[in-house]
Design a protein around this ligand. Structure first.
Ligand code: GAL
Ligand code: CA
Length: 348
């Protein structure tokens, strides 16, 4: 073989090698770019706290995108129907989602979602509506992010007791008892049951003598609570001295009912909620509500987002310090007139 031909062959082999390695780089680059698809399903689209929480979750997940990982978040609701939710979960799994975040309609009926997720190896983070432990323990890729409802009831009871001790005029008819109404969230919901129970027990343990006028379910909803309260106001007149509500939306329904009934503010009862949503914080600042308990949606959303990413990458789950390897419990905080300012500032 003469020299010239040898040179040409060498050049060809070199160029071809470069082309192959360039193509190789290209395909490696393609492979290093992953997409995490998170499917979020809420129990309804009409719950103010849940909507605020899922807004935070979306923002958190988006902020965790990197040059190597795109995150696509899809949020749907189940219109208060567990079968609808099972179907939406199935559709999301079929569409290729990698992780599901589920706010159950019926916290005692997660079985279909769990079975489907398990068959397709899709981890599930349940949030806000807590499945019973037996269900959560069915598979090791099931998690729960939420709060300890009892703690919120205790805090609400403490804020109310402190307020009454400092303002004896709450007992308007001076009979030594506080005539009260309790607005309850939803029959069977872990937060409703525990908040009612622990709030009342805490008040009693702090030597407040209570007289129950009525307990009413209003499904966490402002409009329903307003209707119930309007009826109770016409029944009890100005003898209601305190309204304890399982959440802020219903407490704000009570505020609305008093505004519309035309009572002067001195004749309103004291009103306490839970959640710390913006409208309620403003009501505490304005003095139409006397206190609430902050349900830390930012913290819950941050934990859900981090957990979703770490589960997806199969790293760092231990650093989450989950109890029983499954549960993240976000702490509540008390909000009253003296502390409301700090909660009204935009939070991180
Ligand atoms: C509670 C919250 C309520 C309501 C409910 C829905 O934690 O305080 O406002 O959102 O969850 O499950
Ligand atoms: Ca009284």
């Amino acid at each position: 073989m003469n020299r010239l031909i040898l040179k040409k062959i060498t050049a060809f082999v070199l160029i071809w090698g470069m082309m192959v390695s360039l193509a190789g780089c290209g395909s490696r680059k393609h492979k290093s770019y992953t997409t995490l698809r998170v499917g979020v399903i809420t129990y309804t689209q009409n719950d103010a706290f849940i909507n605020a929480l899922t807004d935070c979750l979306k923002t958190e997940l988006k902020s965790m995108e990197t040059a190597h990982m795109k995150i696509i978040v899809s949020i749907r609701s189940a219109d208060d129907d567990q079968e609808d939710q099972d179907e939406v979960a199935a559709e999301m799994i079929d569409a290729g989602c990698d992780i599901l975040c589920v706010n159950l309609v019926d916290r005692t009926a997660p079985s279909k979602i769990i079975r489907n997720a398990r068959d397709n190896d899709i981890p599930v983070i349940f949030f806000n509506r807590e499945p019973v432990m037996d269900d959560l323990m069915q598979w090791d890729k099931l998690y729960y992010v939420g709060c300890d409802a009892k703690q919120s009831g205790e805090m609400q009871g403490e804020i109310a007791a402190d307020y009454i001790n400092e303002h004896p005029e709450v007992d308007r008819n001076r009979d030594g008892k506080i005539q009260y109404i309790l607005l309850e969230g939803e029959a069977g919901h872990q937060d409703a049951i525990s908040r009612t129970d622990s709030s009342v027990k805490t008040l009693i343990s702090k030597d407040i003598t209570l007289e129950k006028l009525s307990y009413q379910f209003a499904d966490w909803n402002r409009g329903q609570a307003e209707n119930r309260m309007t009826q109770l106001i016409s029944q009890y007149g100005n003898s209601i001295e305190m309204v304890i509500s399982n959440n802020d939306e219903m407490a704000l329904g009570a505020v609305e009912a008093y505004k519309k009934a035309g009572y002067p503010e001195e004749e309103w009862p004291v009103i306490f909620g839970i959640d710390g949503l913006k409208d309620a914080l403003e009501a505490v600042e304005a003095g139409t509500m006397q206190g609430t308990v902050y349900n830390d949606k930012e913290d819950q959303a941050r934990e859900m987002a981090k957990l979703a990413v770490d589960i997806f990458k199969e790293t760092d789950i231990e650093s989450h310090d989950l109890s029983l390897g499954r549960y993240y419990v976000s702490p509540y905080q008390k909000v009253d007139e003296s502390s409301v300012e700090k909660f009204l500032k935009p939070r991180q």
